[in-house]
Design a protein around this ligand. Structure first.
Ligand code: UD1
Ligand code: MG
Length: 456
C-alpha cells in the first residue's frame, strides 16, 4: 500500500460560529473539535498527521503543542489549503493523503478505516451523504448516473445542473499526491468568494481521466461538519447520547441519563453509579461502586471504588481514594489527593493538598499546599494561610492531630502528630508532637447595664 498521511484542514476562521475563538477550538463535551478529529486519526496514522492552521494558529499551537502544524498564511480556500501543505507532504514521500475538515469531529476511527479501505484503489475518492435538506454543503452532481463534479451550494444553479439530488460532499477525501501535484495548480479562483475550492479537483480529475470515486455513505450523521453553533449542539448531542448509552451497556448505572455529559476521554468502570444532571470531563476515571450524585462537575479526576461524591461538588485534577466521602458543595482543585476513607464536607476547598487516610475536613475549610496526616481532624472554618501576597508556603500536619474550629495556620508551619490546636487560634509557629497550642486571649466577663427593652 502507498505511504499515506492525514491532513486536517483547520486554518479557516469559522465566521458562522460568531465567536472570536477559532472554530476548531470550540468544544464538544469539553474537548476541542480539533482534538477529537486528531484522536480519531491517531490509531490509523500515528504521527503522520498534519494540521493546517492559519486563523488563530497561536491558540491552536498552545492547546496542542505536539501536533505537526503547517501554516497557511492567507486562508484562500480549501484547495489553497492542500496546496500549502503539499510540499511538506511530498518531502516526506507520502503517496496518498487523507484530507479531513477540522470541523468534522464525529468521523470515528472505524468510519475512517472503512473509507480508506473502500477508497484505496482510486486516485481521488470522497465520501458523500444523502440529506433531505442539503443545507450549505457542496452538491454532488451526476448526469445519467455519471459523476460530473461538486458544486458549492451558493454556486448551484438548478437550470444548469438539475434539481439537487440531496447528495452532498462531506469534505472527507483520499487523494493521490501525484494527482494533487498535477491538478491543484489548475484550480481557478472563484471570483465571488476569492477562494480556491478543493471540490473543483473532482471535475478536473474526471476530465484528466483519473479514477475518481464518490463513495456514497447513505445518511451517516457522523460525517456531518460543524459550521454554526446549532450544528455544534446537534453533533454534541449525538456524541453525548452515544457515550452515555455505551457506558450503560457496559454496566454503569446512569440515572437521568439524558442529562449526563461524559467526555469521550473519560473511563467508567461497570458498577459505578452516576445521577444526572452531571458532567464528567477530560481523562476522568470513575471506579466500580463509586457514586456521583447530581450537579457535580468532575474534570481530569479519579474517583476510586466505593467513594461517594455528593451533589454540587466540583473536582478538577483531583484524586479521591476508595471509600472517601466528598461534599455536598465540595471543591477539589488541582493536586487534591484524598487517601482512603477520608472525608471532605460541605464548603471545603482543597488545592495541592494530601488528606491522609481517615482524616476529615468536614465543614467550611480551605486547605492549600498542605499535607494532612492520617486520622487527623480539621475543625470547621480552618484556613491554611498559604499565600503572603508573593509566594505560596506549605503547611504540614501530622497524624492523629486535632485542629480546633476557626484556626488560621500561617504557612510555612508544621503541626506535629497528636497535637491539639485550640479553637480560634492563629498558629504562626510550629507545634511539637502531642502538644496543645492555643493563641487566643483569655475570655473576660464584665457586668453591664441592662440592655434597653425592644419595643413591643
Ligand atoms: C466544505 C466543502 C463543501 C463540503 C463541506 C463539508 C469546499 C469549498 N467546500 O465547505 O463542499 O460540503 O466542507 O463540511 O471545500 N479551511 C482551511 N483553509 C482555508 C479555508 C478553509 O484550512 O483557506 C478549513 C476550515 O478551517 C475547515 C475546512 O477547511 O475546517 C472546511 O472549510 P469550511 O469553510 O468549513 O468549508 P464548508 O463551507 O464547510
Ligand atoms: Mg465546514
Amino acid at each position: 500500500m502507498d505511504k499515506i498521511c492525514a491532513l486536517i484542514l483547520a486554518a479557516g476562521k469559522g465566521t458562522r460560529m460568531h465567536s472570536p475563538t477559532p472554530k476548531v477550538l470550540h468544544k464538544l463535551l469539553d474537548e476541542p473539535m480539533l482534538g477529537l478529529v486528531h484522536q480519531n486519526l491517531e490509531p490509523i496514522f500515528g504521527a503522520d498527521i498534519f494540521v493546517l492552521c492559519g486563523h488563530g494558529s497561536q491558540a491552536l499551537k498552545q492547546t496542542y503543542p505536539n501536533y505537526n502544524f503547517i501554516h497557511q498564511t492567507e486562508q484562500l480556500g480549501t484547495a489553497h489549503a492542500l496546496q500549502t501543505a503539499l510540499p511538506t507532504i511530498l518531502a516526506q514521500d507520502f503517496r496518498q493523503v487523507l484530507v479531513i475538515n477540522g470541523d468534522a469531529p464525529l468521523i470515528s476511527t472505524s468510519i475512517l478505516e472503512k473509507f480508506i479501505k473502500d477508497a484505496a484503489a482510486s486516485d481521488l475518492a470522497f465520501a458523500t451523504l444523502k440529506l433531505k435538506d442539503p443545507q450549505a454543503y457542496g452538491r454532488v452532481v451526476r448526469q445519467n448516473d455519471q459523476l460530473i463534479g461538486i458544486i458549492e451550494a451558493k454556486d448551484y444553479d438548478s437550470s444548469t445542473y438539475g434539481e439537487p439530488s440531496g447528495e452532498i460532499n462531506t469534505g472527507l477525501y483520499l487523494i493521490k499526491t501525484d494527482l494533487a501535484s498535477a491538478l491543484l495548480p489548475n484550480i481557478a479562483k472563484h471570483e465571488s468568494s476569492g477562494e480556491y475550492y478543493l471540490t473543483d479537483l473532482v471535475a478536473l480529475a474526471l476530465k484528466a481521466n483519473y479514477n475518481v470515486l464518490a463513495l456514497q455513505c447513505g445518511f451517516e450523521t457522523h460525517l456531518l461538519g460543524i459550521n454554526t453553533p446549532k450544528e455544534l449542539l446537534e453533533l454534541e448531542e449525538i456524541l453525548r447520547s452515544e457515550i452515555v448509552a455505551k457506558w450503560i451497556e457496559q454496566g454503569v448505572l446512569i440515572h437521568a441519563a439524558s442529562q449526563v455529559r461524559i467526555s469521550p476521554k473519560a473511563y467508567l468502570e461497570p458498577g459505578a453509579e452516576i445521577t444526572g444532571p452531571c458532567e464528567i470531563y477530560g481523562a476522568s476515571r470513575i471506579e466500580q461502586s463509586a457514586q456521583i450524585a447530581s450537579h457535580c462537575v468532575i474534570k481530569d479526576s479519579t474517583v476510586a471504588s466505593l467513594a461517594k461524591v455528593h451533589s454540587f461538588s466540583h473536582l478538577e485534577k483531583a484524586q479521591v481514594g476508595p471509600n472517601c466521602l466528598v461534599g455536598p458543595y465540595a471543591r477539589l482543585r488541582p493536586g487534591a489527593i484524598l487517601e482512603e476513607s477520608s472525608h471532605v464536607g460541605n464548603f471545603v476547598e482543597l488545592k495541592k493538598t494530601r488528606l491522609g487516610a481517615h482524616a476529615k475536613a468536614n465543614h467550611l475549610t480551605y486547605l492549600g499546599d498542605a499535607e494532612i496526616g492520617a486520622k487527623t481532624n480539621i475543625g470547621a472554618g480552618t484556613i491554611t494561610c498559604n499565600y503572603d501576597g508573593f509566594n505560596k508556603f506549605p503547611t504540614k500536619i501530622g497524624e492523629n492531630a486535632f485542629i480546633g474550629s476557626n484556626t488560621a495556620l500561617v504557612a510555612p508551619v508544621t503541626v506535629g502528630a497528636g497535637a491539639l490546636v485550640g479553637a480560634g487560634s492563629t498558629i504562626t509557629h510550629d507545634v511539637p508532637e502531642n502538644n496543645l497550642a492555643i493563641t487566643r486571649s483569655k475570655q473576660k466577663n464584665f457586668p453591664h447595664k441592662p440592655l434597653p427593652k425592644e419595643p413591643d
